[in-house]
Design a protein around this ligand. Sequence first.
Ligand SMILES: NC(=O)c1ccc[n+]([C@@H]2O[C@H](COP(=O)([O-])OP(=O)(O)OC[C@H]3O[C@@H](n4cnc5c(N)ncnc54)[C@H](OP(=O)(O)O)[C@@H]3O)[C@@H](O)[C@H]2O)c1
Length: 317
Amino acid sequence: MKITKIGLGLAALGRPDYINIRTANVNKSIAAFKENAFTMLDHAYSLGLRYFDTAPSYGKGEEFLLEWKNQRKYKDLVLGTKWGYTYVANWEVGYSGKHEIKEHSISKLLEQWQVSKQLLPQLGIYQVHSTTLESGILDNTTVLEELHTIKKETGVAIGISTSGAQQRSVIEKALNVKVNGEDLFTSFQVTYNVFEQATYPILKQVLKENKTVIVKEALANGRVFKNDTFTNYQDNYKTLEVLANNYNVSVDAIALRFIIDSLEPTYILSGASNTTQLDSNHKALDFVLSKKDLGKLKELKTNPSNYWEERSALEWN
Ligand SMILES: NC(=O)c1ccc[n+]([C@@H]2O[C@H](COP(=O)([O-])OP(=O)(O)OC[C@H]3O[C@@H](n4cnc5c(N)ncnc54)[C@H](OP(=O)(O)O)[C@@H]3O)[C@@H](O)[C@H]2O)c1
C-alpha cells in the first residue's frame, strides 16, 4: 500500500522574501532565519518527516540544510535539491528586481552541482528547477547526459519540477527522455491542489510507473485560506471552512488531505514557515475524507490558465 508522506520545503525558510500571503512582521536577519530554519527542521524530524526539499535559489536554504544534516547526523534523511535558478537578491529585504534568474545551461548545472553534491550521501533527488518546454532543457543532450552521469556516479534519482499551465505537456515530454535506453527522470515535483487539478491524470500515470510524485504549492501559496482579495474563491472558502469544522482541523489540513485521498502522491511538501503551521499541516495525516466530501473538494478546481495568471501576479514580500 502506498502511504503519502509529508516533506518540508525550505523556500520560505532560507531567504527573507518569498510569496507570502501573511501580514505578520517577522525578524528578517540571517541569524533569525537560520535559527528558525533549524527549529523547523528539528520539529519536522520529531514529527517523523524525513524528506526535505531545497534549491540554490532559496537563498541560504541549501547552506542551512547542509549544516543541519552535518550536525544532526541522522541516517534516514532523504534530501532533494535542484539546479537551474540562481538567487540574486543577496538578502536585500524588499529587493525590487527578480529574486531568481533562470538558466538551464550545462555551465549552470556543473557550477551548482559542485555545491549541491555536498548534501550527499543523504541527497536522494536532484531536480531540474522549473522545467519548461521553452528552456530547451529536455532537448539539450549535453545536459541530459551529464545528469545521467550524476545519476550513475552517485545513485541520486534525477527529477524535474514544473509550474504553469503547461505542466502536463512538460511531464509527458520528460517521461519520454531516455539516456542509454533508460528513463532519465524518475521524480516529478508538481503543483497540484484543490484549485489546480489539471495534472491529475498524468500524475496517476507517473505513480503507476512506480516513479516519485512530490506535490508542491499544496496550499496554493496560501490562497486556500480565506482572503478577501480573491473574490473568485469566496464560495470555495465556504466549502473548505465547513469541512474544516466538520473534521475539527484547519483549512490547510483539509486541503492537504484532499491531495492524499485523491492522488496518493509519494510526498506532499509543507511550505510552513513556523512550527504552529507545520503542526496544523501535519494533522492531514490523522483523518480520512469521506467519498462525498472528496467529491465536494474535486469541484473546487479552477481554470488552469486563470490559476497560473493569478499565481504569477502574487507579490514577493
Ligand atoms: N520547484 C518549484 O518551482 C517550487 C515552487 C514553489 C514551491 N516549491 C517547493 O514547495 C514547498 C512548498 O510550497 P510553497 O511554500 O510555495 O506553497 P504552499 O505550501 O502552497 O503555501 C505556503 C503558504 O501557506 C501558508 N501556510 C501554511 N500553513 C499555514 C497555516 N497552518 N496557517 C496559515 N498559513 C499557512 C504559509 O504562510 P506564510 O505566508 O505565513 O509563510 C505560506 O504562505 C516550498 O518550500 C518548496 O520546497 C517548489
